[in-house]
Design a protein. Structure first.
Length: 372
């Protein structure tokens, strides 16, 4: 469903569907280049959409709930003066024999002034970006220009990757980066035009197109490696966060060289039981655990369908030569297990509390040690 309305000086377009929705952790990644949920997608479509909206003074907001649908809210000002762009002669310093690098270095301040005039939306964010991510946009623009005009490809790629990590690490707005790089591109071409004019040199058509391919290809390489590095860092960060969440949801705590405790806290659902199975069997193999105490005193509920899976986990533990001791079973949890119709078939020992299980184990250990 598509609706539109006026909100002050803004036109608001709302696009709403009733599809499967988008997971919360994925919403913030929408508009990230090369991020897509489609098998054949590139992720560049939404990136361009977000960038175009931002450059016109607008914004896109996304709201979504799983199994309820997604809403895109597009807000654009009714009137925005579009700046006409074109090449123009500038009053720049130049001496016969100056190389392109010399020309840029002599006119550093003029380059910055022109660049800031081009980057309308970013110029007011320069100090904020520097504060958040210790990124000096202006200095980095000069660095990129030198890499381009001197064709230092490997340094340009390394710089792009470094920038990608920094912007991803501090969750800086990608629309700012896109606008900034495009402003650098336009400013660079303005200065190239003025350099050739001052050189009193008119490029042949073939030479011009060769230069155009060289310059724009290097700028595009920077963008490509920047976005790949940005996305890779984000993916790795999400994976680390997932692993941390899994470790917190299945905290296997060693208390002896061969004895570990698994305290299960909160609600145990189907997704979590699958994680428990994978983590438990892996840890038994890696740590060579002989006894695993599963403490359920902090478990809120165990769904009837999950009870059977929990019993299967204890069977798997037994198959790996590990003894399961279960503690903290409250009356309602026991009723749930009974209602499921499943039984532990004798491969599990039960103790009222975790403290009782530990006391029993270490008491037996002390007796065995004294006998020897």
């Amino acid at each position: 469903m598509i609706t539109h309305s006026l909100d002050g000086n803004d036109v608001v377009v709302t696009i709403r569907d009733t599809g499967k929705g988008i997971e919360e952790d994925k919403i913030e990644r929408l508009g990230t280049p090369f991020y897509t949920t489609k098998a054949q997608g590139t992720g560049m479509g939404l990136t361009q959409a977000f960038s175009v909206m931002y450059q016109h003074g607008g914004e896109i907001k996304v709201e979504s709930k799983l199994n309820q649908g997604t809403t895109f809210i597009i807000r654009l000002p009714q009137h925005k003066q579009i700046k006409k762009r074109g090449l123009r002669k500038m009053d720049l310093r130049f001496h016969d024999g100056d190389s392109l690098k010399d020309f840029f270095l002599k006119n550093k301040e003029e380059f910055e002034e022109k660049l800031l005039a081009e980057a309308i939306n970013v110029r007011d964010k320069i100090d904020e970006i520097h504060t958040i991510g210790n990124i000096n946009l202006v200095d980095n623009a000069h660095k990129l220009i030198l890499f381009v005009i001197e064709e230092r490809v490997q340094e340009l790629i390394a710089f792009a990757k470094q920038e990608g990590v920094s912007w991803s690490k501090y969750s800086l707005t990608l629309a700012f980066k896109l606008e900034w790089i495009q402003a650098i591109r336009r400013t660079l071409w303005t200065f190239l035009f003025n350099y050739d004019t001052l050189m009193d040199k008119e490029l042949e058509r073939g030479a011009f197109y060769s230069l155009e391919i060289q310059i724009n290809d290097l700028i595009d390489q920077f963008l490509t490696h920047f976005f790949i590095s940005y996305s890779k860092y984000k993916d790795e960060l999400l994976e680390r966060q997932r692993e941390i969440a899994e470790n917190l949801s299945v905290p296997i705590i060693p208390i002896h060289s061969q004895i570990c405790v698994l305290p299960l806290i909160g609600r145990i659902d189907e997704q979590r039981i699958s994680t428990i199975l994978e983590k438990v069997l892996h840890e038994i193999e890696v740590r060579r655990i002989q006894t695993l105490i599963i403490d359920l005193s902090g478990a809120l509920t165990i769904e009837n369908a999950i009870a059977g899976h929990l019993i299967k986990i204890t069977e798997g533990i037994s198959m790996m030569g590990c003894q399961t001791v279960m503690t903290g079973l409250r009356a309602e949890l026991v009723k749930g297990l009974i209602a499921s119709g499943e039984t532990f078939k004798g491969q599990v020992k039960f103790k009222g509390t975790l403290q009782m299980a530990l006391a029993d184990m270490f008491f037996k250990s002390d007796i065995n040690s004294s006998e020897h």
